[in-house]
Design a binder for this molecule. Structure first.
Ligand SMILES: *Cc1c(COP(=O)(O)O)cnc(C)c1O
Length: 353
């Protein structure tokens, strides 16, 4: 027996939602957008100069950084772009969370946070959500090594109002506070307006949900110039060429089409509100989600059973068996109006309604 295995770094990885191979399924399990990307994206890809792939892409991702900066009223120096917001968040963890004190985040939240914390040897502590799955602001006004939370939170969909977000940032001026706004476009107010006031704030967003480009892998961060510089230094110490030429072109085309973006977001919100009404009729219990999913439990069937019954009928939703407190909940992504209608029909069949 050789002993190389003793010196291997062993980790328990994040488990992403299933990406089933079958075509005829209704996929409501990974919060993807049911509508196609902006028409300009298809055009940019069709007209893409393949010969340009000979060369390395721009390590600064300058064209895309600029287009995001213009759209969000920031300067280029205040924008960092990565391979999805997972890459942006991982780089931010590596850069910003180097204290001996624990970083803090909610106990029920995006399950990648504790994976990165363990991977990078960052001590962490979780703060319990209240009985309505809301973040308790007071819990974040303590001594710590950094703060991260999604707003709206995932998988609950609960939104924190901007003045509460600001209370957390203001009370934590000696550490970096990251607000993960993966779902902010579906009904919340971004904390980006606070960046001018707080140099310890990072706002992270993604093209994966509201811009229908999960497969393209684009995420970005807005923050103080100095902080963005530190994060870029870590990126260049790790992997300089993160986005391909093609991805950059697609990202710019998407960012430029504000009208299409707003239309898709509105459709998702309208269908979400319809879905809430229909779920209520069927005895489901859930909060007032401001995201593109609803975190709901049935008053008559366990989460696991309902998950399996839906799967048998080719409808995929997300079920988390841990922690126990959310074991009966399903996270249902908002599909098209047609998909949600079929979803309701299948529910009626399963629940005998
Ligand atoms: C989806 C999601 C992300 C990651 O999205 P990317 O596809 O990597 O951009 C980050 N945070 C939360 C809370 C998410 O739900």
């Amino acid at each position: 027996m050789y002993s190389w295995e003793q010196n291997i770094r062993k980790v328990i990885p994040y488990t992403p939602g299933e990406q089933p191979k079958e075509k005829d399924i209704i996929k409501l399990n990974t919060n993807e957008n049911p509508y196609p990307p902006a028409p300009g994206v298809a055009k940019a890809i069709k007209e893409f100069d393949t010969n340009s792939l000979r060369k390395y892409p721009d390590p600064l991702i300058g064209k895309l950084v600029h287009s995001i900066a213009v759209n969000y009223g920031m300067r280029d120096e205040e924008v960092f772009v990565g391979v999805g917001s997972d890459d942006v968040l991982a780089t931010a963890f590596l850069t910003c969370f180097n204290s001996d004190k624990p970083i803090i985040f909610p106990d029920i939240t995006y399950s990648f946070y504790d994976v990165w914390a363990k991977l990078f040897n960052i001590p962490f502590e979780t703060k319990a959500l209240d009985e309505n799955f809301k973040i308790v602001t007071e819990d974040y006004l303590c001594d710590n090594g950094g703060v991260i939370f999604p707003n709206p939170n995932a998988p609950t969909g609960e939104l924190m109002e901007l003045d509460e977000v600001e209370r957390i940032i203001a009370a934590n001026r000696d550490v970096v506070v990251i607000v993960d706004e993966a779902y902010i476009d579906f009904g919340g107010t971004s904390a980006k307006s606070l960046i001018k006031k707080y140099d310890n704030l990072l706002v992270v967003q993604t093209y994966s949900k509201s811009r229908s480009l999960a497969g393209m892998r684009i995420g970005f961060m807005l923050g103080n110039e100095k902080l963005v510089k530190y994060i870029n230094d870590v990126k260049y110490s790790y992997n300089s060429y993160t986005l391909s030429n093609l991805t950059i072109e697609a990202g710019v085309a998407s960012m430029e089409d504000t009208a299409y973006f707003e239309e898709c977001v509105k459709k998702v919100i309208d269908v979400r509100e319809w879905t809430k009404v229909e779920l209520k009729k069927r005895g489901f219990i859930f909060g007032d989600s401001k995201s593109n999913f609803i975190f709901a439990k049935s008053d008559r069937m366990s989460g696991n059973k309902l998950f399996e019954e839906l799967k048998k009928r080719k409808i995929y939703v997300r079920h988390f068996s841990k922690p126990e407190r959310i074991d009966d909940y399903l996270r249902i992504s908002i599909g098209t109006a047609e998909e949600m209608k079929i979803f309701m029909e299948k529910l009626d069949e399963i629940l005998g309604l």
